[in-house]
Unconditional design. Structure first.
Length: 263
């Protein structure tokens, strides 16, 4: 298994590659593209540099998987131009892994039927307490025979809400849609769920699951409602079945969720 790491959003901590190497199982090889360590203000290089790096590794037949280095912001700026240049047999044969801001790319890959998108921990998770276990779990998953238990997708809620109505929007028909959030006020979670559940294509989903919502700032006055009450409310109003909690979030316990209908 040979993995390429690129950073479509923000710059990767330069200490990560050596720490990843210590966790790499036998039979695995990993290359961190130099673009991961570029710095262009908020971004890991210019839009052009981030696009070119992603296209390069996606179209390289020697790689089995592309692992997005970290989240932050910036993937939406490169997703469409990159996807337009990834329509090759090599790109379609790959596994693509990440979460958070990388959800823009996972969604676009699904919409364009390119490769196998997978919601999964990223190299940057090594900087969380216990992050080595999350990274090791990705390697363990990649080493096993591939299977998808159901039609499913997993996203950060704000990312998913923002990509609706764009060319990156995937087909949600008969899928279980899982969402998680971090650092957003409860009223913003409410607003994003209103937007999400109002989308006609999302309303064709099999159901909605709620992951962990962490680091929620206090609202003044108290919003009173919590994330599960809000999710149940919008599920009921939209007719999308609420299927309970999902084991996803911005933490080391973040589950690996391969998207359905791809391989």
């Amino acid at each position: 298994m040979k993995i390429a790491v690129v950073a479509p959003s923000c710059t990767l901590d330069s200490s990560i590659p050596s720490r990843i190497a210590a966790l790499l199982p036998n039979g695995f090889a990993i290359d961190f593209h130099p673009q991961c360590f570029l710095n262009e203000g908020h971004f890991a290089g210019t839009d052009a540099a981030r696009t070119a790096a992603l296209v390069e590794v996606a179209n390289d037949r020697s790689y089995d998987a592309v692992w997005f280095a970290r989240g932050g912001y910036g993937a939406c700026r490169v997703a469409t131009p990159a996807l337009e240049k990834m329509d090759t047999a090599a790109a379609r044969a790959k596994i693509y892994l990440g979460y958070s801001d990388a959800g823009f790319l996972l969604a676009g890959l699904s919409a364009h039927k390119i490769g196998q998108p997978v919601h999964a921990p990223m190299p940057s998770d090594l900087n969380r307490d216990g992050g080595a276990s999350a990274v090791a779990r990705v390697f363990d998953w990649l080493a096993q025979p591939f299977s998808v238990p159901q039609r499913q997708m997993a996203f950060n809620l704000t990312v998913l809400s923002q990509l609706l109505g764009t060319p990156l929007q995937p087909d949600f028909t008969d899928h279980v849609v899982m969402v998680e959030e971090i650092g957003e006020y409860m009223y913003r979670i409410d607003r994003s769920l209103f937007h999400l559940t109002s989308n006609p294509n999302v309303r064709r989903a099999k159901g909605l699951m709620l992951g962990r919502c962490s680091d929620i700032p206090p609202n003044k006055p108290d919003f009173i409602l919590n994330e599960e009450t809000i999710t149940r409310y919008w599920s009921a109003h939209s007719g999308i079945p609420y299927l309970g909690r999902a084991d996803i979030g911005h933490d080391v316990h973040n589950a690996i969720i391969p998207f359905g209908d791809h391989r």
